[in-house]
Structures are given as C-alpha cells and as structure tokens.
Design a protein around this ligand. Structure first.
Ligand SMILES: C[S@@+](CC[C@H](N)C(=O)[O-])C[C@H]1O[C@@H](n2cnc3c(N)ncnc32)[C@H](O)[C@@H]1O
Length: 128
C-alpha cells in the first residue's frame, strides 16, 4: 500500500501488546501520552487496548494522546485507526492530537493537522 516507502517497519501486534502489558503491569502511568514516531499506530493501539483492559471506558476517557510521524501517510492511518476504534467501541478519548513533523528538528513547533476532543466535532451530526 505504501509506494515509495522509506524502509519503515511497524511493530507486530503481538509484540506491541506484550510491551503494553508489561508496562501496564509494572507501573501506573500518566494520562498525557505521546508517540513521537507513531507509524500506523501499533504502539498507541496496544497502549489503548491495555488501558481499556485495566480501566475500561473511564480510563480511555481520561487519555490525552499526542501522536506524530515524519511520514504523513502513516500518521493519517494511525489517526483513522484510533478514531475508528474509539467510535466503534464507543470509548471516547479525552483528546487526540496528531502532528506530521520531524520530531528531531521541528519538535514542538509544528501545528497539529488533526485534533479531536469529541466525536461530534469530527463527524458533525453523526454521533451523540
Ligand atoms: C520503526 S517505525 C516504528 C513505528 C511505530 N512506532 C511502531 O512501533 O510500529 C519508525 C517510525 O518513525 C518515523 N520517523 C523516523 N524519523 C522520524 C523523525 N525524525 N520524526 C518523526 N518521525 C520519524 C518513521 O516514519 C516511522 O514511521
């Protein structure tokens, strides 16, 4: 699907789930989360899966996630994945902010290309 790709590879789901389970089991982490090189969102999805397993929809509703990738195609896919599953499972995040920036050279200086604080804002009139 990704013509002219940059040689990126994505973490397999089984591995990202294991990492999230390990981190989730070992410590309590904050509700402000970031993935500065998110790819298609493998680690983010696994993290959200773990939060959902441990804290249910209440936990998801407290999560403020910032995602970023240098490659706009990938961060767009990650954004769609997160929003699709959030809507599909009726588990709304507090906020999702997506950036498309070089995390090394443009860190904190690029405006987000997508922000969702509610489904209503993203799909007007479609969801309550
Ligand atoms: C090995 S992939 C991993 C993606 C994802 N974290 C995962 O685990 O599936 C590394 C990602 O970092 C991105 N990347 C590389 N250099 C970057 C930079 N300077 N700023 C932002 N993203 C970068 C690539 O586009 C790629 O999607």
């Amino acid at each position: 699907m990704l013509e002219g790709d940059l040689g990126q590879f994505m973490t397999p789901t089984a591995l990202s789930n294991s990492v999230s389970k390990f981190l989730g089991a070992s410590e309590t982490r904050g509700e402000n989360r970031a993935e500065p090189a998110c790819g298609i969102g493998a680690l983010v999805m696994a993290d959200l899966r773990q939060i959902y397993a441990m804290q249910g929809k209440d936990g998801i509703s407290r999560v403020d996630y910032s995602i970023n990738d240098l490659d706009q195609r990938l961060v767009r896919i990650a954004t769609v994945q997160i929003m699709f599953h959030s809507i599909r499972h009726e588990a709304q995040l507090k906020r999702l902010v997506a950036h498309n920036a070089d995390a090394i050279r443009d860190y904190n200086s690029s405006p987000p290309f997508f922000v969702a604080t509610s489904w209503r804002a993203v799909l007007p009139g479609q969801l309550v």
